[in-house]
Design a protein around this ligand. Sequence first.
Ligand code: GAR
Length: 220
Amino acid sequence: MKKIVMLVSGRGSNMVAIAQALAQHSWPAQIVAVIASRADAPAVAAATRMGLPVQVLDARGIPDRSRYDQTLLTLVEQQAPDLVVLAGYMRILADEFVDRFAGRLVNIHPSLLPAFPGLHPHRQALQAGVKVHGATVHMVTRELDSGPIIAQAVVPVGADDDEQSLAQRVLQAEHRIYPVAVRWLIEDRLIFSGQGAWLDEGSGALQALIGSEFTGHDDI
Ligand code: GAR
């Protein structure tokens, strides 16, 4: 059994999607801890409802950033995780943390990276007038919203879209790709080559969700 630690700050819908997929498909992994950076994050209640072990490390209680970072590192390390999953975790991780969990630290960002990193990606997409937008699952490196890309989901942008409608469409796609990417990581199915992370089956097309299905693949 691989051990997964999840870091959350907000709603927790990606956490729920991954936890449900794990439970439904009996993947060889378990969530050993959900760590929340806010006590009032809806993710805390959602994790509790699902019977997941939750710990709160509220950033407001530890204003000193380096002490917070050190405490987080210790908490996560205690779990000896095979995989650390950022699921709407809205704090910048310390370089030491990223280095310690290099190769087992994964994030989802709601844009087609490298486009629109950082804050307000949906607003950035609307302002740019792009016709497609989406989400990216990627390994975490020191550089923000960077690192080898594992999977991407593409959604259309319409003339009537606002930030909220676009975010909602992207979020639904996130819930499709993140559990799949976590499964690939659990099963050690990714090959890291060049700038990317490639599925062992060899076609990057399998790693793109366009429309409702992963391209060319129906059993994911
Ligand atoms: C998701 O849209 C996720 O992609 C985004 O926060 C949201 C969390 O939703 N993450 C980032 O912007 C990280 N840079 P959730 O709490 O319902 O999973």
